[in-house]
Write a protein that binds this ligand. Structure first.
Ligand SMILES: *[C@@H]1O[C@H](CO)[C@@H](O)[C@H](O)[C@H]1NC(C)=O
Ligand SMILES: *[C@@H]1O[C@H](CO)[C@@H](O)[C@H](O)[C@H]1NC(C)=O
Length: 511
């Protein structure tokens, strides 16, 4: 016991000494031998991502993270004259495409539980890592309506003894989970962002008495025909209840993964056939929302995999009345394939006035594992965001913001990975490569930017935007196992010659 205490004290002393020699923005790197590194945050030190500061017109800023361990390394460079011999030229055009909405993560119960599993100051550092100007500067948050698979148990806001029907929702009330794990976190996040945080809500679990097959994780369990209106009122009551706690919403989805709920998995969601969903929006949810105190809220359909875009999402929007009530389409990445970019393009062509927002993604869902330091998983985030942005998607919202080392808690044992993992025993958390991958977008592409045309080259995947402050930002992913040189060419300005290290993500910005 004594030896153990001594050892612990020595470790703590060494860690605080190390922390003293680090600059605020330095990553306290740790290698778990999984093909990449994490940055360790403890009460003494947590690397910050400084806001990008404007440079004069002849210069640009270049920020790099890579598999070898660079994290958000910032350099200032000088434009050069256009070179006729330049190779791998990414030409920045002027033609504008979609307006960017933003980047964010989800306030799941598990996120709140993990933030509260450590010392409050350390927990605040997790929120700061996501929402502050020294962090990812997230401007979007997804809020589950009641429980999800990332809760300690399944629950709705209107569970009754013996599942006695309560269609008037007289028993509706927010749960302890809202107050302990969500509302307080959201208030802190709002403060960190000076209230510039767009929240949207999604429901997973309906009360058992509303459903054709009871059981929070029941497969193929639909709403009973006479429960459409109570379920719509349930959404409104949620918005009212959060409003009473000073939390307003920018949007709401028609419900998490209605098609995935038809498949062979345990995710607790309400299952929907398209005709049922059309009726629900047209006759129940749409009118209830538009006649409520939340009439201006954005209504998003689908909230499910991209392979449902051309059937389900398109079918729903073909209904004229529904089309008028709906603002956007929410997509998840889990079934993305080589067809996804074309499906996104077609969806945009068919419904150009409906925005497409990526509302959920995570790694580790196949093997139910966490991999500490996996560069590959960071790369997968970057590649998905780049491909989505290049095919009309307006923003990208991650799933759990903080999980434990097992990838939970999750009451259905659906363990997955997250950009921040908390080691409560050590009073530490680990920022994964996925966290920095997100930073390369969220800190460079503010809300109100527009994607602009940029040429496609084989060597790397890239995208470019023009920002509300007049700057141009370019994000480039080098997935290759070798270094590559590219030239970013802006006709009006000149060439930026960049050396991209192997397995790296680079963001460039110039004014
Ligand atoms: C909501 O905000 C008002 C006005 O700032 C304040 O008086 C009230 O205490 C807040 N309520 C909650 C639940 O935070
Ligand atoms: C978490 O912290 C404990 C206590 O310091 C330590 O024994 C364990 O190795 C840590 N886990 C990881 C994955 O770093």
């Amino acid at each position: 016991m004594f030896i153990l205490t001594m050892k612990l004290l020595t470790t703590i002393t060494v860690l605080s000494l190390v922390a003293q020699f680090l600059n605020a923005q330095d990553c306290l790197s740790r290698d778990f031998n999984n093909g990449g590194t994490v940055c360790v945050c403890n009460i003494d030190h947590c690397d910050t991502l400084k806001p990008i500061e404007k440079v004069e017109k002849s210069k640009f800023i270049k920020v790099t993270s890579n598999q070898a361990g660079l994290r958000f390394q910032t350099e200032v460079g000088q434009f050069e004259k256009q070179s006729l011999t330049a190779e791998n030229v990414i030409e920045i055009g002027t033609e504008k495409y979609q307006e960017i909405f933003g980047f964010g993560g989800a306030f799941t119960d598990s996120t709140g539980i993990n933030i509260k599993s450590v010392n409050e100051d350390l927990g605040n550092k997790i929120l700061s890592a996501y929402f502050s100007d020294d962090g990812l500067e997230y401007n979007v948050g997804r809020v589950p309506i009641g429980g999800t698979d990332f809760s300690l148990k399944g629950y709705s806001y209107c569970d009754t003894p013996n599942d006695t029907p309560d269609p008037d929702l007289t028993n509706f009330e927010l749960q302890p989970e809202d107050f302990e794990f969500k509302i307080s976190m959201i208030h802190k996040a709002l403060k960190l962002r000076n209230n510039k945080l767009d929240l949207f809500a999604s429901a997973w679990i309906a009360p058992n008495w509303m459903k054709t097959i009871p059981g929070f994780s029941a497969r193929n369990s639909y709403l009973k025909d006479d429960m459409y209106q109570p379920w719509a009122e349930y959404f409104i009551k949620f918005l009212d209840s959060y409003k009473q706690n000073n939390i307003s919403f920018w949007g709401i989805t028609t419900g998490n993964e209605p098609k995935t709920a038809l498949g062979d998995n345990k995710i607790p969601s309400v299952a929907w056939y398209d005709d049922g969903m059309i009726k629900f929006i047209r006759e129940n949810l749409g009118p209830a929302l538009r006649n409520s105190a939340h009439s201006d809220i954005n209504l998003l359909i689908l909230d499910d995999q991209t392979n449902n875009l051309l059937d389900t999402a398109h079918q729903i929007l073909l209904d004229e009345k529904v089309n008028e009530l709906v603002n956007g389409i929410a997509i998840h990445w889990y079934e993305d394939s080589e067809d996804t970019p074309a499906n996104l393009d077609t969806t945009h062509e068919l419904h150009p006035n409906k925005f497409i927002l990526a509302t959920e993604a995570c790694n580790g869902y196949k093997l139910n594992d966490v991999i500490l330091g996996s560069w590959e998983r960071g790369e997968m985030y970057a590649e998905s965001i780049l491909k989505d942005l290049n095919h009309w998607v307006v923003g990208w919202v991650d799933w759990n913001m903080a999980l434990n080392l097992q990838g939970g808690p999750t009451f259905i044992a659906n363990y997955v990975d997250a950009p921040i993992l908390v080691n409560a025993t050590a009073e530490e958390f680990y920022k994964q490569p996925m966290y920095y991958a997100l930073a390369h977008f969220s800190k460079f592409i503010p809300k109100g930017s527009f994607r602009v045309k940029s040429s496609v080259i084989n060597e790397v995947i890239s995208t470019a935007v023009t920002r509300p402050d007049g700057a141009t930002a370019v994000v480039i992913l080098n997935k290759d196992d070798k270094d590559v040189s590219v030239t970013v060419r802006d006709a009006g300005r000149g060439d930026i010659n960049v050396h991209l290290t192997k397995k790296s993500i680079t963001s460039i910005v110039y004014w």
